[in-house]
Design a protein around this ligand. Sequence first.
Ligand code: SAH
Ligand code: SF4
Length: 367
Amino acid sequence: MFLKTYSMFFKGLNIFEIDRVFFDDFSHHSQSEQKKVNYRTKQVLKWVYSKYEDNPELFTDLSKPLRSELNKKFNFRSLDLVDYQFSKISNSIKFAFKTLDNEIVESVLMKHPGRYTLCVSSQVGCNVGCIFCASGMFGLKRNLETHEIVEQLFQIQKFIFEREGKRISNIVFMGMGEPLVNYRNVLKSIEIFTSDWGFNISKRNITLSTSGILPRIYDLVVDGVRVKLALSLHSPFQHEREKLIPIAKKYTIDQILKAVEYYYLNTKRRITIEYILIKDVNDSVNHAKELVNLFKNYNMKVWVNLIPYNSIGNIYFEDKLLEEPKIERIREFENIIKDYFEVSVRWSLGRDIDGACGQLRRRIISN
Ligand code: SAH
Ligand code: SF4
């Protein structure tokens, strides 16, 4: 792909930045300054984020000189769709993109009646290193740029709009990467997802999932990010959590839950707790009871999402092969906690299409 070295990536910019670059007007300094935005800029944004058209040649209500001006000043594409697979057992589609520097980025579209949810990636790889996760297996390659995060939604929205006339209503940051390690770019992508000049998706319909990067949880409150927060807890016991999620050594469960409670009290958004159930590791009655006890110390509304482990190959935890628990064990765990929390079990969508995060990338790389 031809790269215009000095131009900007359109999908990484907000309305004010686009306006300034488009009209060479750099007299305003604040990003959010409410100066009058040229109506041409609004027209262009409408093409891209409402009509899902990002080829300026086709912006027919703009003059030819303006279209070529746009073409000169901005890059409109930064990802190439290289693969997609429809799941045979669930209504999901997995997409793989290639970046300009040949990295693989993946996203999954989950179709539910009345609600289309896109799971986006925020990094290439991940350096948190959870033992059960394919994304972390190769460490962190790099953060995704804002335009690369936005581009995932753009291209998949265009794909599904052209086929089914449907709009994506929900976004979850549960693909590859730890979104709070790529804080600034993730926040900027949320701005573009939620603004009325952007995709205009409600903040309530966006979920940011984190392994628990403590200082950034407080930053989310300070920065006024009002999306839903999901915490990947995976164990109520500190010593065990540290073994599953290496970053847990840095921040204790208590510190993280205090931060999450602070987020809840400031945003009133129900908190999701993600809990991967791994056979004979963290799926015992004792674990379930301790999970209930743990939350008695905090004042927040919690939804527990139980995720049966999705195998990513032969991985061992203290000599035990990581496996999915039997269904009876999952139900038993659910029964113990369901009087205290709202609970759902996330039956892996699309195991047949390498459902868990990082798995499609791994297969493409190894081929
Ligand atoms: N880094 C963030 C978001 C991406 S991971 C986080 O960890 O929360 C999104 C979810 O997928 C996490 O809850 C993670 O624990 C889960 N996940 C990762 N590998 C999995 C596997 N092999 N089986 C089931 N869930 C997995
Ligand atoms: Fe990173 Fe999340 Fe995977 Fe852990 S589960 S390695 S934090 S992407």
